[in-house]
Design a protein around this ligand. Structure first.
Ligand code: KG4
Ligand code: ZN
Length: 350
């Protein structure tokens, strides 16, 4: 098949990113600009994110095209994250991509952000193809899927409240460690004792079966509340400073254990020892190590490098290439959708 050149655009949260992908896997240019203005506020401020995307997008795309030595005529399609995400942020990318595609006279391909995370590992490891059990863990989502083939996603479990990344971010805030929480919690954990505090492991009831709705689902808000109580208690005793690393380590161990156990339940039920880990939280070393260990001796774990596990446009171009191949082209009235549902998602549990 003739290679296709896809320009990918990602602006769903606080990364402004553009990539030029020549199918199947040649990443010719890739720029990711992480907006650091948000760390001042302890979380992403939607209004600031949207304005920053608007200021940056043109330059970011220009640089990606330059890096790729890509002439405009070479581009076959423009893929853009259409959702889910922050509406103002999404609208910047979608509007920019619409205008660009229209100006070039090329098709525009809408991409679901989480489908991007699903495709990301395949850019670096071409064996990361279905069938596999996928654990997608980001700041906004926690999804456990069984993927028989690209575009057909069986929903096994999801979070009932906070997303996994959100839990890391909230605990980090409680500990006064700032935003984003994942990397700092991981850093602190290295110096802490992970058995010092015993936090609840939500939805891991012994004896539960795949027919129970909580079998695969996640819940992180109770865990966050338990950490919050412990933090308050230690604060009142003037002991928070010396206990910070232990709390971080105990929290991380708990969150990772829950994520691993649920994933291994899916591996067992589906008889599929191939697991794909995606989304920002997949950068967590402990999560990768525990899952890889659990999958020994015959299983295999796929995940992306740091650059491709966090939000980026390369994954959007990659998922976009698949959707383009399927003939999915947006009309020019495409809008951003903060609650866009994953195309091809089937929830057999209903
Ligand atoms: O996929 P992502 O970059 O953006 C969203 O789509 O939300 O994920 C961001 C999330 C944040 O919550 C961040 O704290 C978390 O990923 N994260 C981590 C690590 N690095 C980033 N969580 C745990 N451990 C990490 N090393
Ligand atoms: Zn993401």
């Amino acid at each position: 098949m003739k290679p296709t050149v896809i320009l990918g655009i990602e602006t769903s949260c606080d990364e402004t990113s553009a990539a030029v992908l020549e199918t199947p896997y040649q990443l010719r240019g890739h720029i990711v600009y992480s907006q650091d203005e948000h760390s001042l506020y302890g979380g992403v401020v939607p209004e600031i994110a949207a304005r920053a995307h608007l200021r940056l997008i043109d330059e970011v795309v220009k640089k990606a095209l330059e890096d790729a030595s890509c002439e405009l005529e070479e581009i076959d399609a423009v893929a853009v994250t259409a959702g889910p995400g922050l509406i103002g942020a999404l609208l910047v990318g979608v509007s920019w991509a619409k205008a660009f595609a229209f100006g070039l006279g090329k098709p525009l391909v809408p991409v679901h952000h989480m489908e991007g995370h699903l495709f990301a590992p395949s850019l670096e490891n071409h064996d990361a193809q279905p069938p596999f059990v996928a654990l997608l863990v980001s700041g906004g989502h926690t999804l456990l899927l069984y993927v028989q083939k690209w575009g057909e996603y069986e929903l096994l479990g999801q979070t009932r409240d906070d997303a996994a990344g959100e839990a890391f971010d909230k605990v980090s805030k409680l500990l006064g460690l700032g935003y984003p929480g994942g990397p700092v919690i991981e850093q602190q954990s290295e110096r802490g004792c992970d058995t010092r505090y015993r936090f609840p492991r939500p939805m891991l009831r012994k004896g539960a079966t795949a027919r129970d709705s909580e079998y695969y689902d996640f819940s992180f808000s109770g865990l966050k509340t338990a950490v919050s109580r412990k933090v308050e208690e230690l604060k009142s005793m003037g002991m928070l400073e010396e206990s910070r690393a232990d709390i971080a380590a105990s929290f991380q161990a708990t969150a990772v254990e829950v994520l691993c156990k649920k994933t291994m339940r899916a591996v067992k039920e589906k008889g599929c020892p191939r697991v794909l880990l995606g989304g920002g939280v997949s950068a967590n070393s402990r999560l990768k190590k525990e899952l890889a260990d659990e999958l020994l001796p015959d299983g295999v774990l796929y995940y992306g490098s740091h650059r491709l596990s966090a939000d980026n446009a390369a994954m959007i171009a990659c998922a976009g290439a698949f959707r383009f191949q399927q003939g999915e082209i947006a009309r020019l009235d495409l809008s951003g959708d903060p609650n866009l549902s994953l195309p091809g998602l089937r929830d057999y549990r209903l």
